[in-house]
Design a protein around this ligand. Structure first.
Ligand code: CNA
Length: 374
C-alpha cells in the first residue's frame, strides 16, 4: 500500500492514523468552510436550490418536532425523517409517514439536485452477504472473539499486539479473506449510483472487497482501511506478493518478510497505522458533495468517523443504519439530516423503489452474479 507522511503533505489533516473514537464531539468544519465563502462554483445558487427543496421537508420536520415528547432524560428521541416520541418505532413512523427520510431525499435526487453523492459505509453493508460486523451484539465479531484468545476485542487489529502475536489476526483473516462472499443489493445500489453518474466517491471502511466485486470502479472507491489485495512487511513495509501471503495464512503459517524477516501482513489498516494515500481524496470530495449517504457504520473509528462532519452545513445527510450514530445521535438534528432506521437492505430497497431503480438494480445484480458463477 502506498503510504506517505501525511503530516508533511496534508497539514490540514491532523489525524491520519486509525484510532478508536474518543467520542468527543468535533466542531463542525463545514460551518467554518461555509463562513465567508462567496457564490463560487458550488456557492449560493446551488445552496439556495437545495434549501428551497428542503424547505417543505423542514416544515414537516418542525411540525413533527412540535408533536414529539421529551424522553425521561429530557431529550427528544429521533427517528426516520424527524423526531419521534420515545418508544415509537422508526419502522412504524417511516411506514406511515408520507414524507419520510427516504422519500424526501429521493425527491431531491429525482429533481436532479444530487449530482455529487458521497457514500460513507461500514461493516453493516456486508452483513447481508454473511459477513459479521464488529459491534452488533451477539453476532458481531467483537462478541465472538473468545476463539481468537485476545485480551480485549480491538487487540486483534492493534499493530503492537500483532507485532508480538499475529496469530489471532491471521485466524480472523482466514474468515474475512475475499473469495467466499458475494456483494448484496446494497453494494449494487451504490454501483447504480455510479451507473447514473451521481456517485462522486464511495468511502468504505470494509476490507472484504465486495465493493470492487460488484463493479464499483477503482477511481470511485476509497478503501479507507485497506484490504487484502496487497501485502507488506508490518515493520519495514517491503512489499510482499499478496497471493503468497494468502497461501501462507490459509495454511496456518506465518508469511515472513524477505528483507527483514518480520511478519508480513495484508494491507488492512490497524489501529495506530497510517491510512492509505487515497483516503485524502476526502479533502476535495466532501466539500464538493451535494448529498452524503452514511450506511452500516457505528462511526466509532477515527479519523473516518469525522468525515461525515466535513460536508457543507447545507448538504443533506442521510443515515441508513439500525440505530442512530455519530452526529445523528444529537438532538436537535442538523438542518437536512435524515435517518431511516432499521434493516439496511430493506431501507435501501425501499429507497431504490422510490427512485424507480429497483428493476435495473435487480437486473444488474442478476447478470453480474450469474457471470460470477460461470
Ligand atoms: P461496526 O462498528 O460493527 O458497525 C456496524 C454498524 O452497522 C452498526 O451500527 C450496526 O448496527 C449496523 N448494522 C449492521 N448490520 C446492519 C443491518 N443489516 N442493517 C442495518 N444496520 C446494520 O462496523 P464499522 O464499519 O462502523 O467499524 C469499522 C471497522 C469494522 C472497520 O475497520 C472494518 O475494517 C471493520 N470490519 C469490516 C468488515 C467487512 O469488511 N465486512 C467486517 C467486520 C469489521
Amino acid at each position: 500500500m502506498n503510504r506517505c507522511s501525511w503530516d508533511k503533505m496534508v497539514p490540514q489533516s491532523p489525524v491520519t492514523r486509525m484510532t478508536r473514537s474518543s467520542r468527543t464531539r468535533h466542531s463542525d468544519p463545514a460551518e467554518t468552510q461555509d463562513a465567508g465563502r462567496g457564490p463560487g462554483s458550488y456557492g449560493k445558487r446551488r445552496r439556495k436550490q437545495t434549501d428551497s427543496a428542503l424547505a417543505q421537508d423542514l416544515r414537516h420536520m418542525s411540525e413533527s418536532r412540535r408533536g414529539s415528547l421529551p424522553t425521561s432524560k429530557g431529550k427528544l428521541s429521533k427517528s426516520s425523517g424527524g423526531l419521534l416520541q420515545a418508544g415509537q418505532s422508526s419502522g412504524s413512523r417511516s411506514a406511515s409517514s408520507p414524507r419520510g427520510a427516504l422519500a424526501s431525499v429521493a425527491r431531491l435526487v429525482k429533481l436532479g439536485r444530487c449530482q455529487n453523492v458521497v457514500v460513507v459505509a461500514g461493516a453493516g453493508i456486508s452483513t447481508a452477504s454473511g459477513i459479521p460486523d464488529f459491534r452488533t451484539p451477539g453476532t458481531g465479531l467483537y462478541a465472538n472473539l473468545e476463539k481468537y484468545d485476545v485480551p480485549y476485542p480491538e487487540a486483534i487489529f492493534n499493530i503492537d499486539y500483532f507485532s508480538n502475536n499475529p496469530q489471532p489476526f491471521f485466524s480472523l483473516a482466514k474468515a474475512l479473506y475475499p473469495g467466499s462472499h458475494r456483494p448484496n443489493y446494497i453494494h449494487y445500489f451504490v454501483r447504480m449510483l455510479h451507473h447514473k453518474g451521481l456517485l462522486l466517491r464511495m468511502y468504505t471502511q470494509n476490507i472484504d472487497g465486495l465493493e470492487k466485486l460488484c463493479g464499483i470502479p477503482d477511481d470511485k472507491l476509497v478503501e479507507a482501511h485497506g484490504g487484502f489485495a496487497t501485502a507488506a512487511c508490518h515493520l519495514c513495509y517491503t512489499v510482499f506478493p499478496a497471493e503468497e501471503a494468502k497461501r501462507a495464512i490459509m495454511n496456518d503459517s506465518i508469511p515472513v518478510c524477505t528483507f527483514c524477516a518480520a511478519t508480513v501482513k495484508p494491507d488492512v489498516v490497524f489501529f495506530g497505522e497510517d491510512l492509505p494515500q487515497k483516503y485524502f481524496l476526502h479533502t476535495a470530495d466532501f466539500p464538493k458533495a451535494d448529498l452524503l449517504i452514511v450506511m452500516g457504520t457505528s462511526l466509532q473509528i477515527e479519523p473516518f468517523a469525522s468525515l461525515v462532519n466535513t460536508v457543507r452545513s447545507t448538504v443533506p445527510r442521510l443515515l441508513l443504519n439500525r440505530h442512530a450514530v455519530g452526529p445523528f445521535e444529537k438532538a436537535p438534528p442538523r438542518r437536512g439530516d435524515r435517518m431511516e432506521l432499521g434493516d439496511l437492505e430493506v431501507s435501501v430497497r425501499r429507497f431504490a423503489e422510490m427512485l424507480g431503480w429497483n428493476d435495473e438494480i435487480e437486473e444488474l445484480m442478476r447478470s453480474q452474479e450469474t457471470q460470477a458463477q460461470m
